[in-house]
Ligand binder design. Structure first.
Ligand SMILES: [Zn+2]
Length: 321
């Protein structure tokens, strides 16, 4: 008799629970992609989809807050309060759901109708293998050389200053573990054609040509058309030319009083050298042998280049060293 009553009470309770309008049933679908997890929450009511709050917690877990109590069905079964989908742990409470992921860098949340669904894509940080980090390389091109002096000041000239700055930048980057080469290391004349050839043989992640401007300003040139941008080179770890220019622009604005002009220049060097290629002209003031100022310029280039890496793991590696 008592058993029957208990069963009846249980039945009424559960009936009440499910009878609540608010109680939502959500179907979850999950897929693991090459660089992200995709969670799709399907719910009959579109209002619910629009009022689910999704946040990425500091420890890389994903938290979903629902407007009402809910139950989640995954692969035909209802998830319990501590459950798992594939190899991910799930914690479910009254109105919250926590998905325990690790190494998640960012999430993208989208909402769609028919069927009403919330899609959460959680991207993980790509850890580059040592091999790929080693494949990162820079080719720095000191402008002019030999009989080609470039700009001439009273005591100094462009060919010497661009070589000095290029060498300093290269040695700082090499110290950070980045493979860096120069198109010239001595005062010699090298044709544009030969510089392009070096870039195309070496296939660097970035080609950076260093010159002086004829005034108190910076100029960065990129090519309007580019022949040799590799599409899916696995070692391609650099940002696009335009994004690199933005990084330079920000750093120049923060640290220098001289303005920066950017320009698209269909120069052979930029157009035909392999990979992202920039030509930076620095204020001619560096010819005045002001050590502090020259060091500031070297810092600028080293920092901007270091920030130009697409991958967090490299950026962190550089920062920590
Ligand atoms: Zn020049």
């Amino acid at each position: 008799m008592t058993k029957k009553i208990a069963f009846f009470i249980l039945l009424v309770l559960s009936f009440n629970l499910y009878a609540q309008d608010n109680y939502q049933k959500i179907v979850l679908k999950y897929g693991k992609h090459p660089d992200f997890h995709r969670f799709v929450f399907i719910c009959e009511k579109s209002e619910t989809i629009y009022s689910i709050n999704v946040t990425l917690l500091k420890d890389g877990k994903i938290k979903l807050t629902f407007p009402n109590p809910f139950e989640i069905e995954f692969n035909g079964r209802v998830l319990s309060s501590q459950d798992s989908i594939k190899d991910l742990r799930i914690l479910k409470e009254d109105k919250t759901l926590i998905i325990e992921t690790s190494n998640i860098d960012k999430i993208k949340v989208s909402r769609y109708d028919s069927p009403s669904r919330l899609v959460v894509d959680a991207y993980w940080v790509k850890i580059l293998t040592e091999e790929k980090i080693k494949a990162v390389s820079l080719l720095i091109d000191p402008g002019h050389g030999g009989e080609d002096y470039g700009l001439q000041g009273k005591e100094n000239n462009e060919k010497n200053m661009s070589l000095y700055i290029s060498k300093e930048v290269a040695s700082r980057l090499i110290q950070k573990g980045i493979k860096t080469s120069l198109t010239r290391t001595t005062d010699e004349y090298i044709s544009i054609k030969k510089r392009v050839k070096m870039a195309n043989n070496m296939k660097p992640s970035l080609f950076l040509s260093i010159h002086l401007s004829s005034g108190d300003y910076f100029v960065i040139y990129t090519s309007p058309i580019k022949k040799n941008i590799p599409k899916d080179d696995p070692s391609k770890v650099f940002l696009t030319e335009d994004k690199l220019v933005k990084i330079f622009a920000k750093k120049i604005k923060e640290n220098f009083s001289e303005p920066l002009y950017t320009e698209k220049l269909p120069a052979t060097l930029l157009k035909e050298a392999y990979g992202p290629s920039l030509m930076i002209e620095i204020p001619k003031r560096v010819m005045l042998s002001d050590k502090n100022y020259t060091n500031k310029i070297i810092d600028l280039i080293v920092q901007a280049v270091s920030e130009g890496f697409k991958t967090k793991s490299i950026k962190e590696k550089i920062k920590n060293e």
